[in-house]
Write a protein that binds this ligand. Structure first.
Ligand code: COA
Length: 168
């Protein structure tokens, strides 16, 4: 079957993956361990990237991972994960994590992050992926902002390479 050339956001997104915070998830400060949350974000984003590309994907970079508020023991973490944009072989996946007190219904936004994944072929080389068809106003906004972040990312990589070369 030929590869599909365009896919929508909803074909790969994860709307509300939930995870209950237990005592073994806490740091020495008594709040949810950030590394545990980051690891889950990476795994869930990977699923979205592989759904979109239909290929094995690897994490190429993570940027703008901001912890805005702590999650507490007994909170329910809610992960919302969606593709923002696809380029040649790479794609940006956005993650939003909320912490819900399931008894009161209180809900706070605790983390936003952007992951770049690259799809690989059977020889472990970057391979072409379907483009992204954006539909809603929010999807279009994220699509535009993803381009700005990609430009900043690639410029930083180039600057660091040039700096390394000069330092040798
Ligand atoms: C990511 C990886 C596959 C890119 O391979 P590469 O040979 O550098 O590929 P290219 O230079 O041809 O770039 C391929 C794509 O990756 C993107 N890319 C490469 N490095 C990147 C980075 N650091 N951040 C974001 N995107 C990156 C390029 O922009 C390009 O995107 P496009 O095809 O959509 O235009 C390679 O660097 C790699 O295997 N890294 C290790 C990944 C890994 O092990 N992750 C798990 C973490 S433990």
């Amino acid at each position: 079957m030929p590869d599909k050339i365009s896919k929508t956001v909803s074909e790969s997104s994860i709307e509300g993956h939930v995870y209950k915070v237990f005592p073994n998830d806490l740091n020495a400060h008594g709040t949810a361990f950030g590394g545990m949350i980051m690891s889950k974000c990476d795994r869930l984003s990977l699923v979205v990237a592989e759904r979109h590309s239909s290929h094995v994907c690897v994490t190429a970079s993570v940027d703008s991972m901001h912890f805005r508020a702590p999650a507490k023991e007994n909170d329910t973490l809610i992960f919302k994960v969606a593709i923002n944009r696809a380029w040649g072989s790479s794609m940006e996946i956005g993650v939003r994590v909320e912490a819900e007190n399931s008894y009161t219904g209180d809900n706070k936004h605790i983390l936003s992050a952007y992951f770049t994944f690259v799809a690989l072929d059977e020889n472990n080389k970057p391979t072409v992926i379907p483009s992204l068809a954006v539909e809603s106003k929010n999807q279009k906004r994220r699509f535009e902002q993803a381009a700005m972040r990609r430009q900043a990312r690639l410029e930083t990589i180039d600057k660091l390479k040039a700096h390394d070369k000069n330092e040798r």
